[in-house]
Design a protein around this ligand. Structure first.
Ligand SMILES: Cc1ncc(C[n+]2csc(CCOP(=O)(O)OP(=O)(O)O)c2C)c(N)n1
Length: 331
């Protein structure tokens, strides 16, 4: 294909060894969390669910590779609503998400005032997520511009879905990230699960690869199998080394499954004819002799228990008081 596809040779093979069992456990933890959140949305425990089952094999490696901290020396994240595994891998607790699901004042992201998986954490540079899709692509160049001026190794990471790239914000991102002489240290991620609520990718996008839209802007790009954590780890290691060092943008399209219906509004039913990245990785680890069926069963049971315990604790906590409704609305 084009000579802009992939990172330059000098940045290939940068990956440190991946802690495979550590990644597996975080994937299983993220899945158990999302399954509990879905249950909560179907009971009186919560009002609405949207989340990330099916994206764990990419999101866990990403969260582990983020340089976490506050301010422009560290990475900024502009996330969408399927990012729980990224933030769990960065060190969040299950109960953080469960408190938001239950609209409790103890929700560390929004004090019980926003939908589940609308993540925000100032001390980790996680910029508030919105329900309007793709607006994060127009906002993200702002932190990348601050990082360009500041210098150092910090980069901006923005993610979103395939359908949303049909909106103008994605083009705004490509344009601002690549102005000649003003290139930005930004990793532009598109998680392509082939669906936008109920419209399939093939019905609404003529481009074979969304990431190739970086090419006319002179932006390097690639497409990877995001259902494989080993591929995700090595690709991200190379791409992040490139963006950190060269202070230039990169568009990475990540092919994943969507393992439940879009959100609780469409029922969130489990979809069985798409590849399950957790099950596939588990099978590989067992075939490699690194995991036994008993260890896998214990892992699933202990995370399911942790999620249930967190739910039982969160629902006993207070909701936000009505007089706090306008807090943090205006700065
Ligand atoms: C600006 C805007 N338009 C429409 C919607 C309604 N909406 C919510 S999610 C969604 C589909 C998003 O699909 P995609 O970008 O592929 O992400 P996915 O949910 O598949 O991860 C739409 C159209 C919205 N939230 N915001």
């Amino acid at each position: 294909m084009s000579d802009l596809r992939g990172v330059p040779e000098a940045y290939r093979g940068r990956a440190l060894p991946m802690d495979e069992l550590g990644v597996y456990r975080l994937m299983a933890k993220a899945r158990a969390l999302e399954e509990r959140l879905i249950k909560m949305s179907k009971s009186a425990d919560g009002h609405f669910w949207i989340g990330g089952p099916g994206e764990e094999a990419f999101n866990v490696p990403l969260g582990l590779l983020v340089q976490r901290g506050q301010g422009p020396s560290f990475d900024y994240l502009h996330l969408h609503y399927r990012s729980s595994a990224i933030v769990l891998a960065m060190g969040a607790e299950m109960i953080d998400f469960i408190r938001q699901m239950a609209s409790r004042v103890t929700d560390p992201f929004t004090g019980g005032r926003n939908f589940v998986n609308h993540i925000c954490r100032r001390e980790w540079n996680i910029v508030p997520g919105t329900s309007t899709i793709e607006t994060q692509y127009a906002v993200a160049p702002g932190t990348a511009l601050a990082q360009r001026r500041h210098g150092g190794q910090g980069i901006t990471i923005v993610n979103g879905g395939d359908a949303g790239t049909a909106e103008g914000d994605f083009a705004t991102c490509l344009n601002w990230s690549s102005r000649p002489g003003g290139e930005l240290p930004i990793l532009i991620l598109v998680v392509n699960n082939k669906w936008g609520i109920s419209t399939s990718y093939d019905e609404v996008q003529g481009a074979e690869h969304i990431a190739r839209r970086g090419e006319p802007f002179g932006i390097r790009w690639d497409v990877i199998d995001g259902n494989d954590p080993r591929t995700s780890w090595s690709a991200l290691s190379d791409v992040m080394a490139y963006v950190r060092t060269e202070r230039r943008p990169f568009v990475l399209e990540v092919l994943t499954s969507r393992l439940h219906g879009h959100s609780s509004s469409s029922g969130a039913a489990r979809i069985h004819d798409e590849l399950d990245c957790l099950k596939a990785f588990e099978d590989q680890l067992m075939a490699d002799g690194k995991l036994t069926p008993e260890e896998a069963a214990t892992t699933h049971a202990s995370f399911a228990r942790e999620a249930l315990d967190a739910r039982n604790r969160a629902v006993e906590e207070p909701e936000p008081s009505p007089d706090s409704i306008h807090d943090h609305t205006y700065a």
